[in-house]
Design a binder for this molecule. Structure first.
Ligand SMILES: NC(=[NH2+])NCCC[C@H](N)C(=O)O
Ligand SMILES: [Mn+2]
Ligand SMILES: [Mn+2]
Length: 303
């Protein structure tokens, strides 16, 4: 288990409390009860990373590139180390920019890795297309290497950018920027929006997604789960909520199905922000959903 208490990929503080809240809710004990031998690593602990806006940055369109670059690199290095022992990598965010660290590391070990990005958002903006400048809206573009080389902030240039577009599938999309739609189309990336889930049902959608990115059924899978994929009715305490999302059961079913494949090697759970809850119930709903996603991905409901 990798703790990534980080908020620098966007501007709302509180999301860095995610790992602490998930652990306080009993996640470690739950996983031990499921039979996992859990070790906790904290790549950011004791690291004094300056939270500045990098005002003098040569890339004024993106926010905090130095902070995000250094942080995600530390996460990458810690996970690369853990992967030497073939560990399952569960990374707790933090905002979704941390996936640059986790996915890049897992991809280095498994070059045929298939990625399921469960999210209301595509997070595939480039430094040129981003409207907000928040790097949590950009991780996939860096992992795929679609930013023009001369536009990549130095701090993020360590990312290899070798994730292949035919190995990525999205599920849950409902708030995709115009620039992102163009990138998805140009790269022919499989993207299942809420429309597809209503049309075909979640079970068919996950089968179509897996078939598209992993036709042999033999490649390792990673899931990057942004809790805002689930409807804010169930997961209210998150930075960029969008109504009309997955039910809690649909979200959990996705991870149960991934566990069932036997090919899941890593999971991110990101964007739980307890500070954005209006009351204690909202905190509990959000954090318990985050824990349930992890437990289901790690086999809880497979009898
Ligand atoms: N990980 C997230 N919650 N991302 C939200 C991204 C929203 C928007 N598309 C942006 O680029 O700013
Ligand atoms: Mn999102
Ligand atoms: Mn996201």
């Amino acid at each position: 288990m990798v703790l990534a208490p980080f908020s620098g990929g966007q501007l709302k503080y509180g999301v860095e409390k995610g790992p602490d809240f998930l652990l306080k809710h009993g996640l470690e004990k739950d996983l031990v009860e499921l039979g996992w031998d859990v070790t906790i690593t904290e790549p950011l602990k004791g690291k004094n990373l300056a939270d500045s806006n990098d005002a003098d940055s040569e890339f004024p369109t993106v926010k905090k590139p130095t902070l995000v670059g250094e942080t995600t690199h530390l996460i990458n290095q810690t996970i690369t180390d853990s992967l030497k022992d073939d560990k399952f990598i569960l990374t707790l965010g933090g905002d979704h920019s941390i996936a640059m660290g986790s996915i890049s590391a897992v991809l280095e070990k498994y070059d045929d890795l298939c990625l399921l990005w469960i999210d209301a958002h595509a997070d595939i903006n480039t430094v040129e297309s981003t409207e907000s400048g928040n790097l949590h809206g950009c991780p996939v573009s860096f992992l795929m290497g679609v930013n023009p080389p001369d536009k990549i902030p130095k701090s993020l240039s360590w990312i290899k950018g070798n994730l292949k577009p035919n190995r990525i599938a999205y599920i849950g999309l409902r708030d995709v920027d115009e620039g992102e739609k163009k990138i998805l189309k140009e790269n022919n990336i499989k993207a299942f929006s809420m429309y597809h889930i209503d049309r075909f049902g979640i079970n068919k959608v996950i089968e179509m997604a897996l078939q598209a990115i992993n036709p042999t059924g033999k490649s390792p899978l990673m899931c990057s789960f942004d809790v805002d994929a689930i409807d804010p009715l169930y997961v209210p305490a998150t930075g960029t909520p969008v109504r009309g999302g997955l039910t809690l059961r649909e979200g959990l079913f996705l991870t149960e199905r991934l566990a069932e494949t036997g090919n899941l090697v890593a999971l991110d759970v990101v964007e739980c922000n307890p500070d954005l809850a209006q009351n204690e119930t909202h905190v509990l709903d959000t954090i318990s959903a985050g824990c349930a996603i992890a437990r289901c991905a790690l086999g809880e409901t497979l009898l």
